[in-house]
Design a protein. Sequence first.
Length: 378
Amino acid sequence: MNNNIIEVKDKKFAISIPENKILAEVKRVASQINHDFQGQHPIFLAVLNGSFIFAADLLREVDLPCEISFVRLASYEGMGTTGEIREIMGLNVDVTGRPVIVVEDIVDTGLTMAHMLETLKRHNPSSISICTLLLKPGKLQVNLDIRYCCMQIPNDFIVGYGLDYDGFGRNTRDIYTLVEDKQRNMKNIIIFGAPGSGKGTYSDAIVEKYGMNHISTGDTLRNEIKNGTEVGRVAKGLIDKGQLIPDDLMIQILAKTYDSLPQGRGVIFDGFPRTIAQAEALKQMLAERGHDMGIAIDLVVEEDVLMERLLRRAQIEGRADDNEATIKQRFEVYHSKTEPILKWFEKEGMLNVVRWADTPNKEAMIESIFQLIDAKNA
Ligand code: IMP
Ligand code: MG
């Protein structure tokens, strides 16, 4: 649940580009280079430190006869009339008359790369091409002809796969984005809606964007049982006898999970509370920890849409016990037992409604939910 978040020194970062995506893009760019430099012997100049992992992966996909050198840009203050003079350190190959490919981890403002090009030109290579793993187009301040770019990213600060925060964080396979301080005190969210309304799907999207914790009561229960914990054994005994888990046991299990999660990132409660008694108990459990219920998001979806989704899901997942009659029954239970909590949320001043009918597509729903979360956390 939480390995999507890492800590580097004093900051938290959430996974944003997984290794397989990075490697696929590196491969794509390498084959462009293989194609463009056929019959030539380019020299790769990898700019240290950040590009060491990218360069290693890239070079292993390049099948041209080539050389690589690792360089660094050093600046010396106050010599001569130009003020700052920059020199390339470690350029121990003669690039005169040869095609050069500069390998960078990231082009941000582009100032580093501009200096690199300027200095490199004095060594008279036959051509200079830029190859960067990442580009932040929103930060670029200079005009650069970037011939090879694996991925463009937003302006956020990232670490991993060679990139660092204050020297640390270079040694991960995936790339991670800084979780802003503002997002480190996220309000809790209770995601609410009938079966098939998309609670799991939207929870995943929220987790991915905000790095929030996600508690699904179903998953939590199954985990406790699988791990054979004390509460897990009690729960299993009840389930095996066909009995429901009583509210106080459910709250006990939730409290244990809640306390094990990193603080400050907020929790999405998915599948809980299902009754007003559970809502009251949750409120008390959080109050004992000095925490707030946060916001409730009610996903309103028309019943015919839900029915169609659930029947399709039953077909795909081969759930034989999901048919029109049993699904209708679940809707009935939802209306009679669960839906009354909406009034309770309203009374608590925490109810927010997002309607499928207003924007009947998944991306637009996710966007509305993000806007709501941003507004509530502003
Ligand atoms: P530029 O001169 O602004 O293009 O900055 C380039 C250098 O800044 C890169 O080589 C990195 O060392 C560093 N940098 C820029 N953005 C990031 C980031 O998001 N994470 C880590 N380092 C970065
Ligand atoms: Mg760098």
